[in-house]
Structure formats: C-alpha cells, structure tokens
Design a protein around this ligand. Structure first.
Ligand code: KG4
Ligand code: ZN
Length: 334
C-alpha cells in the first residue's frame, strides 16, 4: 500500500476540504476552504448555510486537491470521506461527492470517523507507539481516547455537556469577541497579570469525563454582575481564570489516565490543540512525567481532509471498505 493514493473528503462542519495522501503518510495536497467569514456574523455555524456552501465549493476543492497532488483521477486507489459525527446536511454533501466519484472510477469507498481523523493527524507527522492516549479537544468534541493498538479506539472519558472549544466560543461571545472565540480568549489570557478564581468540575473521583457548562455559567455570572453594577470588568483576568480552570482539568485527567493505562505517548488533537496555555502546561507536565507529547502542526489540528485520509489508510490496508448505500451518521460512534 506504499504507493496507494487516497482522495479524502471532509465536510462535517464549516470547512470544505479535500486531500490526496500517498501511502497513508505523505500529504500530496490538503486544500481547506473555511466558511468562517460567512458564519462569523451569526456568531456560530449555521447548518443550512454550511451545507449550501459545501455544495458550491466541494467539486472545485476536489479538483484542486487532485491537480496539486500531481496525479490524475484515474490513478486514485480509494475515496475516503467523513461519515460522522458532524452536521448531517454538511456530511451529506461530502458523502454524495465521494460516492459518485468512487462509482465513476470504480474504486473503493471508505467511510471514516471524524475523531479517528483528528487522532490520526498525528500519524502524518509522528510515529505512534501503542498503547497510546489521545486527548481530543475541538469545537464539537472533548474526549480521552485509549488506542490499545492501531485503529482500536476506546473512549474512556468525554464531555457531559459543552465541548471545550464550544465553551471557549460561548465565553468569547459573552465578552463580545469575534467568532471563533478560542484564539481571542487565549490571547487575552496571555496578557493577564492575574486570574479571577473560577470553579473546576472534577466530577466523580475515578471519572475521566469532563463538564464545562458550569464553568461557562460561572464566567457569565461574573460578566453579568459587573454589567449590572456598572463596574469595569478585568476581561483578561477573567479569560485567564477560565483558561486556567479548563487546562487544570484537561491536563490533570489526561495525565492520570496515562498512568492508569500505562501509556507513554499523549496525542493532542483538535482545534483547541492550538491553545498556547494548554500546549505550554502539557509540555512541561509531560516532561516532568517522562511522557512523549505529540501535537500535529496547526493546519492538521483544525478540520482538514488529510487527517481523514490518514485514518482511512488503516481501513484500506485491512480491506475495510464501505458500501455505496452508506448513510451520513451525525452521532457515529468511534
Ligand atoms: O477542530 P476544530 O477546527 O473544529 C471542530 O471540529 O470543532 O476546532 C475549532 C474550535 C473552536 O471552538 C475554536 O474556538 C477553538 O477550536 N480554538 C481554540 C484556539 N484555536 C481554536 N480554543 C482555544 N484556544 C485557541 N488558541
Ligand atoms: Zn473536528
């Protein structure tokens, strides 16, 4: 499979992306068209608009990805596409495109899990050693995933309410910062000279689950109180307090899970992996504990099709293909 060429497609949320991957490892192209500018004014992703935008751009992006790879359509080995989870209308666009192309070229279709993609983004740039642990932090997901061996995923913890990125975006919105708010909160937190103390949701002592809605409510309460009393709010100190609470819980639970399961590698993945505070804390804590921390470059942390190609490659080598009547599955389990 060293010379296999996978064309991967990702349309689960607000990025339209296509990528050609050779041998599961070499990124020949990875075109990402973001819709952020269209959704920004609504303060979040509008599903119906996302689907329509995907329809407009998908074939153009696929054409670019193939052209930039230096190969021709008839050289492709398989078509991979995100089957779920995600926005159903958005997923459907990528899926229809992928099915049509697989049919026309008479090559296999590989339905792929979006989170498997985020995790295997690491395999494009690092050597994974099993068992390893993945901390997936994005706008839609917060999960601790144990990989006992290649492609064997076991979710040992997940958020019970908001995803981390979602909490960042909601807090940013309350502070009237632009969407997506994560990077703005990150920057504000970095500028703060002090932090407003906020609660941490540890949940049950042995639980690896997360909860961020209580923290979000605590932040909103601080903001509302200041506004009601007409007091000036130290937004940077609030951002830092919020960020410290998030990082404390994420890092503590992740490191505890590595100990319990005897894993030596921690894979950080998803859009929130760009967070400077999280990276810095994980970096120093992992060094202390003798853990190898793997983080993909930023362009492979946010939604992109190369990561879907990397995850699909595992299925290709096992002959795990998908029938042409595959459905979009917004709640697909890993
Ligand atoms: O993985 P991603 O691109 O899309 C999803 O699959 O959700 O993640 C996007 C999320 C957004 O919520 C955004 O605010 C957050 O990642 N994000 C950040 C940072 N950069 C992006 N959150 C905190 N700090 C950052 N530096
Ligand atoms: Zn994602």
């Amino acid at each position: 499979y060293e010379e296999s060429l996978i064309l991967a497609i990702e349309t689960s949320c607000d990025e339209t992306s296509a990528s050609v991957i050779r041998g599961g490892k070499h990124i020949l192209s990875n075109i990402v068209s973001s819709q952020i500018d269209v959704h920004e004014r609504f303060g979040g992703v509008v599903p119906e608009i996302a689907s329509r935008k995907h329809v407009e751009t998908i074939t153009v992006i696929m054409e670019q990805a193939v052209r930039q790879s230096g190969h021709k359509l008839d050289e492709l080995t398989a078509i991979a596409v995100t089957q779920g989870p995600g926005l159903v209308g958005a997923l459907l666009v990528g899926i229809v495109a992928a099915k049509s192309l697989a049919l026309a070229l008479d090559i296999p279709l590989i339905g792929t899990h979006h989170i498997a993609g985020h995790i295997y983004a690491n395999a494009l740039v690092h050597e994974l050693e099993y068992p390893c642990m993945a901390l997936v932090v994005s706008g839609g997901h917060t999960e601790l995933v144990l990989l006992e061996s290649e492609g064997e995923f076991r979710i040992i913890g997940r958020t019970r309410d908001d995803a981390v990125g979602e909490a960042y975006d909601k807090v940013a919105r309350a502070l009237r910062l632009p969407y997506p708010g994560g990077p703005h909160i990150d920057r504000l937190a970095g500028e703060a000279s002090e932090a407003i103390a906020l609660p941490r949701a540890w949940l049950e002592a042995d639980s690896y689950d997360f909860s961020f809605s209580g923290l979000k409510s605590a932040v909103l309460a601080v903001i509302n109180q200041a506004r009601m009393k007409g007091q000036e709010l130290d937004e940077a100190a609030l951002a830092r307090g919020f960020q410290e609470s998030v990082i404390d819980v994420l890092v503590t639970k992740a490191l505890r899970s590595l100990k319990q399961y005897g894993t030596k590698q921690l894979l950080l993945c998803g859009g929130v992996a760009a967070n400077r505070g999280l990276r810095a804390t994980l970096d120093s804590r992992c060094k202390e504990e003798g853990i190898q921390l793997l983080i993909p470059p930023g362009s492979l942390c946010t939604d992109n099709a190369a990561m879907i190609g990397a995850a699909a490659y595992l299925k290709l080598t096992r002959g795990q293909f998908t029938e042409l009547d595959m459905r979009a599955d917004p709640g697909l389990s890993l």
